[in-house]
Design a protein around this ligand. Sequence first.
Ligand code: ATP
Ligand code: F6P
Ligand code: MG
Length: 434
Amino acid sequence: MRQEGDMGNTELDFTIERLGECHIPSPVKGIRFVDDDGRVLYHSHLQEMKPWLDEGIHPPAMEAAGPREKVFFDPSRIACGIVTCGGICPGLNDVIRSIVLSLCHHYCVQKIYGFRFGYEGLVQRYGHKPLELTADSVAQIHEIGGTILGSSRGPQEPSEMVKTLEDLNVGILFTIGGDGTQRGAQKIAEEATRRGLEISVIGIPKTIDNDISYIQATFGFETAVAEARRATYAAHTEADAARNSISLVKLMGRDSGFIAAYSVLVNSHVNFCLVPEARFTLDGLLRALKERLERRGHAVVVVAEGAGQNLMEATAERDASGNIKYGDIGIFLRDAIRDYFRKASLEINLKYIDPSYIIRSMPANPHDAAFCLLLGQSAVHAGMSGRTNMVVSFWNREFTHVPITLAVSQRKKIDTSSMLWNSVLAVTGQPDMM
Ligand SMILES: Nc1ncnc2c1ncn2[C@@H]1O[C@H](COP(=O)(O)OP(=O)(O)OP(=O)(O)O)[C@@H](O)[C@H]1O
Ligand SMILES: O=P(O)(O)OC[C@H]1O[C@](O)(CO)[C@@H](O)[C@@H]1O
Ligand SMILES: [Mg+2]
């Protein structure tokens, strides 16, 4: 059985780059250290591992995260830096807080810089002075949404960023962000290596869309689904209260419809789930909606922002980071549904709900908060042990290390032949709308 996010690769190289040997005894106390040989299996089913087992070789496995007995950096001699880039996401402040607390309490690092407004904060000519983060200054930040550091999109020169790190004696840079951020992190790591600098770059994958490969779930995703549930609940309540009513909810998900799909599984209120991974025609959707109204009198539609892009005229617009700006499928469908029923002389009650930024700006829920704390600590242990050019991941119920190259190699998407998508179809009862 294939897992969600399993790209079916057979040659997975999870080797993690290291700055050098670790000779310094770790100051972390009262903990069981993780062995450098510790591995977490990539596959979870025996059948998937068979080709390797038959050959008598180890099946693909990720390096286990956690504190090492010997570390690479002398914590008293380095500063550390944290940067957040891209769109905001529940839990960013929790991760910042966890990194700072772990650096302070586990390792007694004295200087921690919080770079302002994404990668701009690493380029001196912008004049964004870094914040000096302490255990006290981050004590309560997990209670608020967004990022206390600020974020941005847009390219910056790796050489300028590395110069700032060098000037500030930063030994470890923590990059909290999505695929773009981690591609940027990779360039920073490569530039540091090119200059012969001992700078470790550790990414903490942030994507509310849950679309990064080799990480089972990203932080903030669970909060997003919990918040999306409020919207689908409202949509259903509204739809149920009037005759011939349709509620349409637009959720985030630029290229991957995980938030939309999971919001369907949370309750059985949704009758149509439209995601980028499953194509549909406008005609097919409208006819199915009409049929549903005739049969049940109301319908709830959830659409991920990247769905149905082929139905609209493509815009050539891109954001500062070069991401294509998609057409607004929510507004497009709202108008198309209204027109269709008007032309058919059928009176409908249409409610449109777009909670996207409300969801994204929420603080993390308790599960995400704990997840962020553990991710942050794993990132710190990885950095102190001199690993670099990697992201921390959660895989097969364990925290792991993944090379950035793999994490950004392809976007994780819903596999429409998977049990997840099959369950969505079963819950909604939606017909094939092609
Ligand atoms: N290929 C790349 N090389 C170097 N830097 C990049 C690259 N792609 C993106 N970046 C930089 O990383 C930062 C964040 O990128 P982007 O705006 O795409 O967000 P992201 O990290 O993908 O998060 P999200 O898309 O989930 O909001 C930006 O400053 C952007 O310029
Ligand atoms: O409006 P912004 O800030 O560009 O961000 C929107 C994008 O960010 C994301 O939430 C990813 O972070 C996408 O789902 C969405 O397309
Ligand atoms: Mg991105």
